[in-house]
Design a protein around this ligand. Structure first.
Ligand code: SF4
Length: 321
């Protein structure tokens, strides 16, 4: 039986600009089962981070439903939402700018515990901070250190510790390793995986890097200009990518085997503006397979095989989702 912790239905986030309405997130729907990871992939500006922020209501959605454990959090009043947010946390991309440089490791981690009156006794709080530090692999001697005294990997461990301080069961990880060296990236990814297994966490893992998400995600949603263009279990997406944009992203992943030359698909052509986009497929100007139909109407996301959804007129005869 499916145990969905999150269901997002027809989520939209539009911004008014001087040039018109920017469709940052445009009518996307997906769900995640408890304890699993959904990777959300796409180029910068595709709406993946805005999606993560809307789900936590750090940015107010324009419309749509966000059902968390069956409750539409988009309708919760601010006070109720603050309570709910204890269960839903975020890990940010840049561990340095997301940490207050004037606060010590201890103060940064205990801040949400104090603000939410979770542990009032000072000694008990100290014990809890040390426990969380141990969980994320931060040595006790760093208790009174400042972020600028630590390397990028340790700073990101503080960011993770701060998210865990609230005992969440759902975390949006927004490019959590892209500001780190490759060797440190692996350590942080392993830590996030271990924590998921130990604590039964559910993740949305936002990244521009498909090779990272291949290691990490159970399911993958590929976003392009505010829309999901392909969604499938990770293995299926890598074995059988269908959307021309997904194929181009996959072709850009370096392959280590000697002698094997992957055919890189270079994306040329103008990028469609996300401000008042027309009815055409948003990828049409860059797509080598575009036909007349693609210039006339935007394709809907359709299921082409069990759990594999594609928004492309090349796959147009199946049931609409
Ligand atoms: Fe390319 Fe047309 Fe498919 Fe869009 S709908 S991705 S333009 S083939």
């Amino acid at each position: 039986m499916s145990d969905r912790i999150l269901e997002v239905k027809n989520l939209k986030k539009y911004f008014r600009t001087n040039r018109g309405t920017l469709h940052a997130v445009d009518d996307i729907s997906f769900s995640i089962e408890r304890g699993r990871t959904l990777g959300v992939v796409g180029e910068s500006g595709c709406g993946k981070s805005t999606t993560g922020r809307c789900i936590l209501r750090l940015t107010e959605p324009t419309s749509g439903e966000i059902l968390f454990d069956g409750v539409d959090i988009n309708k919760l009043p601010p006070r109720e939402m603050r309570k709910k947010r204890r269960e839903m946390q975020m890990i940010f991309q840049d561990p340095f700018s997301s940490l207050d440089p004037r606060k010590t490791v201890n103060q940064i981690i205990e801040e949400p515990i104090k603000a939410n009156h979770m542990i009032e006794d000072r000694r008990e709080r100290e014990r809890r901070v040390l426990e969380i530090m141990e969980t994320v692999g931060l040595a006790e001697r760093l208790y009174s250190a400042y972020p600028h005294e630590l390397d990028g990997g340790r700073r990101q461990r503080i960011g993770i510790a701060r998210a865990l301080a609230m005992n969440p069961n759902f975390i949006v990880c927004d490019e959590p390793v892209s500001a780190l060296d490759v060797s440190i990236q692996a350590q942080i990814l392993n830590l996030l995986k271990d924590l998921q297994e130990k604590m039964g966490l559910t993740y949305i893992f936002i990244t521009h890097d498909l090779s990272v998400v291949n290691y990490f995600a159970d399911d993958i949603a590929v976003m392009y200009l505010g829309q999901i263009v392909e969604k499938a279990p990770a293995e299926e997406l890598f074995d059988n990518p269908c959307h021309p944009y997904t194929k181009a992203l996959l072709s850009a992943i370096p392959v280590p085997e000697i002698g094997k030359k992957p055919q890189r698909i270079l994306l040329r052509g103008e990028i469609t503006s996300p401000v008042d986009p027309g009815e055409e497929c948003r990828f049409a100007k860059r797509c080598g397979c575009a036909s007349r139909e693609c210039g006339r109407c935007s394709p809907k996301l359709r299921e082409i095989s069990a759990g594999h959804y594609v928004a492309c007129h090349l796959y147009g005869d199946q049931e609409e989702k």
